[in-house]
Write a protein that binds this ligand. Structure first.
Ligand SMILES: Cc1cc2nc3c(=O)[nH]c(=O)nc-3n(C[C@H](O)[C@H](O)[C@H](O)COP(=O)(O)OP(=O)(O)OC[C@H]3O[C@@H](n4cnc5c(N)ncnc54)[C@H](O)[C@@H]3O)c2cc1C
Length: 511
């Protein structure tokens, strides 16, 4: 009798899934049967390089967050993705010399903006354990639960100590303008973390988050080149696109089905596939949707144990979208469009201009894709990011045109008032294969929940007779210090591949 090879099926061909597949194939192709089933029609998941207005752009992951020690940087370097003849998004790095403009068309000087920006950065650095705050900041943390509440306490302490007198700017008092500049920084932080409200972002977890040192860069040849490289090692047939998994049947109490394998995957087209091990790499958003359905309508059958389902529901997962706009032919400001930092009256203020749409008011900047590009881009987070997904192209173009006219009334104007003629916006929130953008540690959860999420089922070395390691979990949300990033997803895929290789004694020279 010929013994069957163990079959490993990986759900999802994003960074985590492709890293796991690449590692399993290159380490144990002869000992394992491997398949990657992807619900979409392309690989890469939340990595998606595309084109807009003739430029290379990123719809999802954009930055390598610190190049020293980053496996993503290493792949990009080894595969010559760090140079290109074609321009690419943020090829000049983060733009400097921003123009900061407040609603009503008031240009704010660096002397005004600088102290508030420094305050914000110092408070964030303190939360992240990078600096000690001096008495000058008049704020000490104590029993803090959220990043948002600490920041607001820090701002209040600063403003109380500050000389309240100051020349009003138009209808802005000095204090309201300082608060609005601070709110602009909060909006940027919302985008970094994906939290709709910084008051839902856990205070303690910030210290545990790790960023690699070194420069932050974008990938000249496109981020998708990294996942293309990982996939290129896989033989034909391993990668199966258009295979959306609807249900994962597993056997926590033992008792295997028809062909002796404990797990059966059911696909949306009615077909099924059995497996000994399944590595689930779908996003936390897809897991949330798949574990809250009542009456057995969830992704897992039987349902996940309570500890796992609890971790999934407690952890935070938000929506971040990018918008790309092309400058109209008759609107190309001399020297190019600036890095525009936008300062708005708060949503509940009576002073706000009705021509500026509500959905723009918690968005902080608009900047060219690179210095001389005709494409400008902005990032949206949370409720506004979801709202943006439903707007028509004309509504987006009109909203941005009116906002730019209001903020920059004297410079950068054109006759028609129509500043943009083409738009591309991402829709990560409503796409059923993602249901959001990346994870964060929400108030009420902790990084231990990410470890719980990463635990395989049933646990290896358990006392039951059930076959071990039926369901393994990878994906950015399962990495407790690098969550929300491509390298976090990479490490998680490697971790689960190594778990299986160890189980089958396939590791020859360590990992
Ligand atoms: C707008 C945006 C900007 C970002 N910016 C950065 C950045 O600058 N730097 C950075 O490091 N990270 C960034 N990220 C985060 C980064 O993209 C992700 O952390 C990472 O790509 C996640 O990889 P993953 O493999 O864990 O998940 P995914 O990429 O989501 O892969 C999971 C795969 O599973 C598939 N799938 C889902 N459900 C099913 C199903 N039922 N059946 C079969 N297949 C299914 C999906 O189609 C997907 O391909 C950004 C993300 C977004 C959205």
């Amino acid at each position: 009798m010929v013994s069957k090879k163990p079959r490993v099926v990986i759900i999802g061909a994003g960074m985590a899934g492709l890293t796991a597949a690449n590692k399993l194939h290159t380490s144990a192709a002869a000992s394992l049967e491997l398949a990657v089933v992807e619900g979409g029609t392309r690989i890469g998941g939340r990595i998606s390089t595309s084109e807009f207005s003739g430029d290379r752009i990123e719809q999802g992951a954009t930055w390598i967050h610190g190049i020293d020690g980053s496996p993503v940087y290493k792949i990009a370097e080894d595969t010559n993705l760090l140079a290109s003849d074609q321009p690419w998004e943020c090829m000049d790095g983060t733009l400097e010399d921003p123009v900061t403009a407040a609603e009503g068309g008031h240009a704010l000087s660096p002397a005004f903006v600088g102290p508030i920006s420094r305050l914000f950065n110092n408070l964030m650095d303190f939360i992240q354990g990078k600096i000690d705050l001096t008495a000058e900041h008049c704020v000490v943390s104590g029993g803090e639960t959220s990043v948002g509440s600490f920041l607001r306490r820090g701002l209040a302490a600063y403003l109380d100590k500050e000389n309240k007198k100051g020349t009003p700017v138009g209808c802005w008092s000095k204090r309201s303008l300082q608060e609005a500049v601070f709110a602009m920084h909060e909006s940027i932080q919302r985008t970094y973390t994906s939290a709709d409200d910084l008051c839902s972002l856990d205070y303690n977890a910030e210290k545990d988050y790790i960023l690699f040192p070194g420069e932050e860069i974008t990938i000249a040849g496109g981020y998708s080149g990294v996942v293309d490289h990982l996939a290129s090692a896989l033989p034909a047939g391993v990668l199966q696109l258009g295979r959306k998994v609807e249900k994962i049947e597993w056997a926590p109490a033992g008792g295997v089905r028809g062909d002796g394998r404990p797990v059966t995957l059911h696909f949306s087209d009615g077909t099924a596939m059995s497996a000994d091990h399944v590595i689930v790499t779908v996003s936390l958003g897809v897991l949330k949707a798949g574990t809250t359905g009542g009456g057995g309508s969830g992704l897992f059958d039987p349902r996940l144990p309570n500890c796992k389902a609890g971790a999934i529901s407690r952890l935070g997962y938000g929506v971040v979208n990018k918008v790309f706009l092309r400058l109209s032919p008759d609107y190309f400001p001399a020297g190019g469009f600036p890095l525009l930092q936008m300062v708005f009256h708060p949503s509940d203020s009576e002073l706000r201009n009705p021509k500026i749409p509500q959905w723009i008011r918690r968005t902080s900047f608009l900047c060219p894709s690179y210095r001389s590009s005709r494409a400008v881009l902005s990032w949206f987070t949370g409720q506004e990011a979801l709202e943006l997904e439903k707007l028509s192209d004309d509504e987006i173009i009109g909203g941005f045109s009116r906002t730019v006219s209001n903020l920059l009334p004297s410079q950068h104007q054109n006759e028609s008032g129509q500043k943009f003629d083409q738009v591309l916006r991402t829709q990560w929130g409503s796409n059923p294969l993602f249901l959001g953008s990346y994870s964060y540690v929400a108030v009420g959860s902790s990084i231990d929940d990410m470890d719980t999420l990463a635990e395989p089922l049933p646990k290896y070395g358990g006392v039951d007779t059930a076959p071990p390691l039926q369901i393994l979990f990878a994906g950015e949300a399962t990495h407790k210090t690098h969550y929300s990033t491509t390298h976090g997803a990479y490490f998680s895929g490697l971790r689960e591949a190594n778990r299986l290789l160890k189980h089958y004694n396939c590791i020859i020279n360590g990992v």
